[in-house]
Write a protein that binds this ligand. Structure first.
Ligand code: SF4
Ligand code: SF4
Length: 314
């Protein structure tokens, strides 16, 4: 394919992806990840900062080489989908992270990107959509595709969507015209995220210790939350280091696909609601949402911790 056709095809696919509801899209060439990225990742694992998320220690060959996820892959179309920010949160009720208050993003984004996959397949090529499920360094590839830069809050910051977005990647055997990473690192290094983190999870260099992170403790950790851990009123996930970031997108400034819109019934659950929740109510409220990642038992155990803290404060 000549350069002109390559440019046109890439532009058409990006337009199609934008029409699917993403707020930014970029392309990168499939290659192995930089040695420096691999080293940083391995050091993070070796230090035990992944806690008990053992799946992060497996499939390293795949994690370093996305071609192993799709034989013959040549390009990756990386798409950012914004989700509503924490500003929908109701004061005084246990906090659920903003991303979790809509439909399960894995399903929603896979469905949203169907036209892109179809288009590629009609050209006789193959495509595989990865959304936080395959061993893929999603933030790394989004950065390679020119979609953002790393912040000290450990998140990728997008000039369009701030810190609050999902990354969906379409790996394809199509050769496309690659974008370039954003040349300057523009995290303001103001340190607000580090100060806002209740248990000191952020190391000041862009790294994060999952064991000190509320998201990990309220979602991934299946064991008891450490006794002195400060939940800061959270029951599922945490957005503090994104909320305080001056580079976060202002609410209402980025388009959000309908499936990701906050469900109001989830935003108002009081501590008493959580403690009294029956399996039926849990099913009705959270079926098809990311909150299902935590069992009712786990959520109620966290709610009891919040109650204990509240009582000791009174
Ligand atoms: S809060 Fe400040 S230091 Fe932290 S990521 Fe945002 S701009 Fe960077
Ligand atoms: S999500 Fe919350 S607990 Fe985790 S690093 Fe950010 S501020 Fe800290």
């Amino acid at each position: 394919m000549n350069l002109e056709n390559l440019t046109e095809l890439t532009r058409d696919l990006k337009t199609l992806a934008m029409n699917c509801g993403c707020v930014a899209t970029g392309v990168c060439e499939i290659s192995v990840t930089d040695e420096s990225d691999t080293e940083i990742y391995n050091r993070w694992i070796d230090a035990g900062r992944h806690g008990k998320m053992e799946y992060l220690t497996r499939n390293n060959e795949v994690r370093q080489d996305p071609e192993k996820l799709l034989q013959g892959a040549k390009s990756m179309i990386v798409c950012l989908f914004a989700y509503p920010t924490a500003h929908n949160h109701v004061a005084g009720v246990p906090y659920i992270s903003s991303y979790a208050m809509g439909r399960d993003y894995h399903k929603a984004l896979r469905k949203a990107l169907t036209p892109v996959v179809k288009y590629i397949r009609q050209l006789g090529e193959e495509a595989r959509v990865c959304i936080d499920s395959a061993p893929l360094r999603e933030r790394y590839w989004a950065q390679q595709a020119g979609l953002g830069y790393p912040g000290l809050n450990g998140r990728l910051i997008s000039p369009v969507a701030g810190c609050d977005f999902f990354i969906a990647s379409v790996i394809t055997t199509l050769r496309l015209k690659a974008d370039k990473p954003i040349p300057t690192h523009t995290c303001l290094e103001c340190g607000r995220c580090i100060k806002a983190c209740p248990n000191g999870a952020l190391d000041g260099h862009g790294g994060m210790d999952a064991r000190r992170c509320i998201s990990y403790q309220t979602i991934e950790n299946r064991d008891e939350i450490p006794r002195n851990f400060n939940l800061a009123g959270h029951i599922f996930g945490c957005d503090l280091c994104s909320e305080v970031c001056p580079l976060s997108a202002r609410p209402g400034t980025t388009p959000i696909i309908a499936d990701l819109i906050t469900r109001p019934d989830m935003a108002t659950l009081s501590l008493a609601d959580w403690l009294a929740m029956t399996p039926d109510v849990y099913e009705t409220l959270f079926n098809g949402t990311p909150v299902r990642r935590a069992s009712l038992e786990k959520l109620q155990s966290t709610a009891r911790r919040l109650l204990k803290h509240k009582i000791s404060e009174e």
